[in-house]
Write a protein that binds this ligand. Structure first.
Ligand SMILES: C[S@@+](CC[C@H](N)C(=O)[O-])C[C@H]1O[C@@H](n2cnc3c(N)ncnc32)[C@H](O)[C@@H]1O
Length: 278
């Protein structure tokens, strides 16, 4: 699907996954809501230069462009052609000419150092192959005093993923998902190690009760989809019989979590910010 970027197998799989999802990605209000909140916390100003890393369909980049105005500039980058096409289409419909979208790998960007007042990475950090390396790379692209903001999710978030992890551990498979950024301390340390100062992490609960059926639909043991930050996919170690059995155990464990209100689906979000020293 992507023929304009040199991507390794892992990133090609991620790009293709999101290109397949791109036409329907904007359905639902969850992604726009939390992207909006990240922008709100950043207090963007007129005239600022903003980079939106892993921009997807450009929802954050477009909102940022509307805030920084014609004196400002926003660039959204992503590895998925499908996502970038959606983003370009939306900006064109809105007649925005201070935002541009480029196909690029977040971990190998060609921008000049000290270029941006603000860099965002909304709902995408765990897809990076090397989290610390990515943060160090983005640090260089910020102007002195510039702000980085990203979402991280607690390691307790998304009941389907948590129960999948627990079940698959019994089969010797360790799925990381949000674990690398799964606590406030981990987010803080990652930013500190990359050189960021004035680290500020706001924790919000966005979870709710979901039906047993929805929870069962969150089984993450599909060996054919890429797994965030892990390649090759650790599920490939398991036979199809083991995966089928693990799926049965997953459903059974979810049934034990059922309450009168449904199943609690924790979505603890860390709105994480750090600055490049002035
Ligand atoms: C969950 S979507 C988030 C999209 C958008 N930022 C949002 O808030 O809705 C994850 C995005 O990360 C992109 N992505 C993953 N790895 C990337 C990389 N190495 N470089 C650029 N984009 C990447 C995917 O293509 C996808 O569009």
């Amino acid at each position: 699907m992507n023929n304009q970027l040199e991507l390794d197998d892992y990133k090609q799989q991620v790009a293709d996954l999101y290109s397949r999802r791109s036409a329907n990605y904007d359905n639902g209000d969850w992604h726009p809501r939390i992207a909006h909140r990240l922008v709100e916390y950043a207090h963007l100003r007129l005239g600022q230069h903003v980079l939106d890393i892993a921009t997807g369909t450009g929802m954050l980049a477009i909102e940022a462009a509307q805030i920084v105005g014609i004196e400002g500039r926003v660039i959204g980058i992503d590895i998925s052609t499908g996502m970038i096409e959606q983003a370009k289409r939306k900006a064109e419909i809105l007649g925005l000419d201070n935002v541009e979208f480029q196909l690029a790998d977040a971990e190998a960007l060609n921008f000049l150092e000290n270029s941006f007042d603000c860099i965002f990475c909304s709902s995408a950090l765990i897809w990076m192959s090397d989290l610390s390396g990515a943060l160090q790379h983005w640090y260089k692209l910020l102007k002195p005093g510039g702000l980085l903001g990203f979402h991280a999710f607690a390691d307790t978030a998304f009941v389907g993923g948590v129960v999948t992890q627990r079940v698959l551990e019994k089969y010797g498979v360790s799925l990381l998902f949000s674990k690398p950024t799964g606590t406030v301390e981990k987010c803080h340390n990652l930013l500190k190690q990359a050189g960021f100062v004035e680290i500020d992490i706001k924790t919000e609960q966005d979870g709710g009760y979901i039906s047993l059926e929805s929870a069962k639909g969150m089984w993450a043991g599909n060996g054919s989809a890429p797994v965030p930050g892990q390649h090759p996919n650790p599920l490939l170690q398991l036979s199809s019989e083991q995966l089928t059995q693990a799926r049965v155990e997953f459903d059974a464990e979810l049934e034990t979590l059922q309450t009168e209100q449904g199943i609690w689906n924790d979505i603890t979000i860390f709105y994480t910010f750090g600055r490049k020293a002035a």
